[in-house]
Design a protein around this ligand. Sequence first.
Ligand code: FAD
Length: 403
Amino acid sequence: MRVDQQVCIVGGGLVGLAAAITLAHQGRKVTLLEASSLEAQDPQALDARSLALSYSTIQILRSLGLWNQLQSMAAPIKHIHVSSAGFFGVTRLDASDLKLEAMGYVIEYHLLLKILLRHAQQHSAIDIITMAQVDAVEAQGEQLELHYQLHEQPQTRNFNLVVVADGANSPLRQKLGISVDTLDYQQSALVANIKLAQDGNGWAYERFTDDGPLALLPLPGQRYALVWTHAAEHIDQRMALSDQALLQQLHDAFGYRLGEFIEIGTRARFDLKLTRASRLVAGRCVLIGNAANSLHPVAGQGFNLALRDIAQLYDSLLDVDLTSAAGTDQLLDYQRLRQADQQQTVGYGHGLVSLFSNDLPVLNHLRAGALAALDLLPALKREVSWQGMGYGAGCSSLMRGVD
Ligand SMILES: Cc1cc2nc3c(=O)[nH]c(=O)nc-3n(C[C@H](O)[C@H](O)[C@H](O)COP(=O)(O)OP(=O)(O)OC[C@H]3O[C@@H](n4cnc5c(N)ncnc54)[C@H](O)[C@@H]3O)c2cc1C
């Protein structure tokens, strides 16, 4: 355990906070620099998004001592139903087939952010500095010199490791000279919470419609989180509909499997892009979260993938002296170890978007047939389930979920 070597996390979103908590859990002294105020959030402006947390994410949160607090705010996913509108093929996945209570949980973004922030604020090894806009980082021997503006006053500090978690547009990634591949899907997600007339019994739904993939995920209290993808040219019109008209269109696309939708909350819109950094590491800096990979939400994997990255970083840096050259070697090792999972997860999500956002008649029949066939193949279904739960490419120590 080392508490003497300074780690800086740039960015206090979900991923930066989770990285800070994880590295502090390892005994590192962590400073988190966040450009916004974090605290002064207007409750009306809170992000309406909810996140499906995979089984591996739950295990990592359990290892970090966070899951007890989060579980009561989250709803279990006990069954998953995947279908294609207008076709018969359906696949159902059940937690009980895997001898589990739940394949994952769903939690509102703002609640997860609040708990991670509170935990980080209360941790004696984490110092959170808000209104700190990081401008640049320079290598100085075995150290990094970080330049930032604190309340618009220039500041400089030295660190042994910088974890870059400043989001999909990552200003620091650009400063480090790391290029990105960007693919604009020309799609937007309409996100809102829906109130039901009855309980959804832990079913999560993924339905492929003419507009794009539509996910309905269970939330506590007879509510569901809607993520409905639309082609860019249709989103404005749908965002402008009255609540009643939108709920009717949702019923037209989804049917009545969940009974009646009786209310819809504040809507938010997210324009969807895939961004992938060409590498994860530059010297003693490592990219994480959206700064490394920003994904289409269709497979609900962005945060889950980032947590698996953080869990591997934890293993790769265990007992490593960050002031020595071993620190940089370990980061390169980390980059190598994360390649397979990142490629697989990004490829899976991108493959789903490509396959299901195309309404060529032959593809419609093919994907309906594939869903029906998968439903009849228990071994393959189990394999698909474990992949979705985050165990498709290895298991780091925190993913074993030991308290
Ligand atoms: C509609 C939707 C649904 C989703 N559903 C799921 C899901 O079900 N499951 C899942 O796993 N994932 C899901 N995701 C993905 C998930 O939300 C993201 O992966 C995650 O929120 C990324 O967080 P981040 O911390 O990397 O980035 P961000 O949230 O963008 O945080 C970056 C932070 O860095 C700060 N910052 C920026 N520049 C600087 C600077 N120069 N100096 C200091 N600070 C700076 C910003 O202020 C910000 O706080 C979904 C995404 C969307 C859009």
